[in-house]
Design a protein around this ligand. Structure first.
Ligand code: DAH
Length: 336
């Protein structure tokens, strides 16, 4: 095959490839050059039979090389076209955000409460949610005719069997099993027959502490709780102890923290009180110590209990207790 013919064919091919913008245009080129009937290469091959055998072999080989080359260049052009059509990938861009789970705010607060007390030498204990009258009331110096039982509207499962109304029942279970010195905290779900509103829920969580050993006094109670309240809130707090009544402690107190909105000056968010009540506490009643076989002449103790939801609401500025139960991710994802 004369060199000029090859060169001409190559030039034509280059021109065709440069102009081809679509797969269809490339296919047309393929037919034009390699088509069986009237492809340009076949035109050349058809002339082979007129050549002397020596030249025929040479031209035949050249034609085959040319055919392979044309096929290669068409394939290259097709790949280039496809690459241009695909969107460009920018490997420096950040990937799509990964959705991760979040701990429930009550889990976060609960763990923090436990951790603060563990650092002060308290151990963690648990007790059952299904309780008996004895552990929930009687052993805690709250006999059945006691008016304090009315305050706890109780879910009864069977006579004498109930859903615990507070975690104080765990105090009894621990003291029955363990000898003083006892320093424990517990955390868990409680139940009361309360109608649901922004600040009440038939199920909620309490955090409870108990310390019993020789010489424990109200001063220890104040010291431990002051330290705890300063640690748990992310803002400076003043604390206030006011006299209160619980059947299982004597004396008893309620503890408030200065309102974080008005710093105890009084504002609508603290009901113009200056303080927010956060927990109940007191010195363990001698009758409670006797009920578990401790000698109230030898050991004394203090105890305290609080609503975990309430602590979380004050800590995070949450206005409605129902948010804790709804599992709305728009709420939950704000805590980590
Ligand atoms: N059990 C009480 C309640 O549910 C809270 C409480 C008060 C727990 C005083 C205590 C305590 O351990 O000493 O309202």
């Amino acid at each position: 095959m004369p060199k000029e013919m090859i060169a001409k064919l190559e030039a034509e091919l280059a021109e065709g490839l440069a102009a081809a913008r679509t797969e269809a245009a490339l296919e047309e080129l393929r037919i034009r050059f390699l088509g069986r009937k009237s492809g340009r290469l076949n035109d050349i091959l058809r002339g082979l039979k007129d050549l002397p055998p020596e030249a025929r072999r040479e031209v035949g080989a050249a034609a085959n090389r040319l055919k392979a080359e044309i096929e290669n260049r068409l394939e290259e052009a097709r790949l280039r076209l496809n690459a241009a059509a695909a969107p460009e990938v920018d490997l420096t861009l950040p990937g799509p955000p990964v959705r991760v789970g979040h701990r429930h705010p009550l889990t976060l607060v609960g763990r923090e409460l436990v951790s603060i007390f563990e650092k002060m030498g308290f151990d963690y204990r648990e007790g059952p949610e299904v309780e008996t009258d004895y552990y929930n009331f009687d052993a805690l110096n709250t006999p059945s005719n006691h008016p304090a039982r009315d305050l706890h509207d109780t879910f009864y499962l069977a006579p004498g069997v109930l859903l615990r109304t507070h975690t104080s029942s765990v105090q009894i279970r621990v003291m029955e099993r363990e000898k003083p010195p006892v320093r424990i905290v517990t955390l868990g779900r409680c139940y009361r027959r309360d109608a649901q509103d922004a600040s009440h829920s038939p199920t909620f969580h309490q955090f409870e502490g108990l310390m019993v050993e020789k010489g424990t006094s109200f001063i220890h109670l104040r010291g431990v709780l002051n330290l705890f309240l300063e640690k748990v809130f992310p803002f400076p707090v003043k604390t206030r102890f006011t006299p209160a009544f619980f059947p299982f402690t004597e004396p008893s107190a309620e503890v408030g923290i200065s309102c974080p909105v008005c710093q105890a000056r009084g504002c609508p968010s603290c009901g113009h009180n200056g303080f927010l009540e956060v927990l109940g506490c007191g010195m363990v009643h001698p009758r409670v110590l006797k009920n578990v076989g401790y000698d109230p002449d030898k050991v004394t103790g203090f105890a305290f209990g609080m609503g975990v939801e309430r602590i979380a609401m004050i800590k995070y500025g949450i206005k409605d207790i129902r948010l804790f139960l709804e599992n709305d991710v728009r709420f939950l994802h704000q805590f980590s």
